[in-house]
Design a binder for this molecule. Sequence first.
Ligand SMILES: [Fe+2]
Ligand SMILES: [Fe+2]
Length: 372
Amino acid sequence: MSTFKSVETRYLEERRHLFRGLRNLDRRSFLKVSAAALGATAGLAAPHSFTPVSVALGAEEAEAKPAFRFAYISDSHLYQRDVNDRFVRGLLRAVDDVNNLDPQPDFVFYGGDLAQLGQAKELDLGAEILKNLKAPLRIMVGEHDWYLDMGQKWQELFGKPTYSFDHKGVHFVVLMSVVEKDFWTARKLSPMDRMKTVAGLDNGFQSPFTVGEAQRKWLADDLAKLPDDAKIIVFSHSPLYKLYKPWNFWTDDAEEVQAILQRFKQVVVIHGHTHQLLTNRIGNIHFHGLLSTAWPWPYAPEGMPELTIEMSRPDPFNPNDGCGDGEVHVHADGLVDKIYNLWNRNPITVAKGYTESRGKECVPPQPNRPAY
Ligand SMILES: [Fe+2]
Ligand SMILES: [Fe+2]
């Protein structure tokens, strides 16, 4: 009998193997499972694709050592394990990337949308994979994690969605920026229909994201004790500015949140949700978007903030292109270098000097891919 196996047979075998391995995912089996997951992308990229950051920086910037660094992973959009394996492989790859950083980052920040439809099995799977990170995990909620059971399962796994912590002289704030007004009760939507409405775009009746009055009050109180020159980094899932409403690249009370941050000399806001290289600056606030491990969104059709280094359109034949993870290097003044570890391209660093000079200095190289 012939030993020939078709592409489909090999794929299904690999997939079975992956999910079998995921069933009891402890530290030791993580390495085996993640290696198998990476096997599927062999030939497209080196398995551990981080490049020393100094390579991507100008000489001057490379000399300025950060005070500390943390890694980030975001927007994995996990489906339950028997539906989709590609996004599972993406998250495994990101965890593997981050675990291979030497030295290890102080912590890993997860930027929200761990699940696709907020289901317990999706969130459990994500938590199980993230448990294999060597560095401590900090996590934020995304709209895909929340609107099936209004955050019940996510909070069982990860605690409160709004909190702050201090690390090496920097005050970190984590917000739940995807609060929506109740559009479901009057329409008698089931929890899953509510979830699918939020997960979809352009439907015309869900409400735009907000931080909301209660959290704005909490934020003002949390920051009240800090001096004007405090170093502050805020995490929000949606960008804390108004970019493109039809896709919910938007926080409806952004101006009110910015007003709370206005008295500080400078503030960094890091957000998920937009799945792309995205940089902005409004007054004293420097904004950076996170990459997704699942898919890249296209750029909003009405144009992007001036400081954004737009990556060219991802290769439609390579599902990993435009995806990735990365690092944030925090400097003594509280500003950051943002490292985009793109899986299919050279890493791109948006250095602090770039947003500080409003794009005049430390201009990052353009992404090394042709447009498709
Ligand atoms: Fe997302
Ligand atoms: Fe999102």
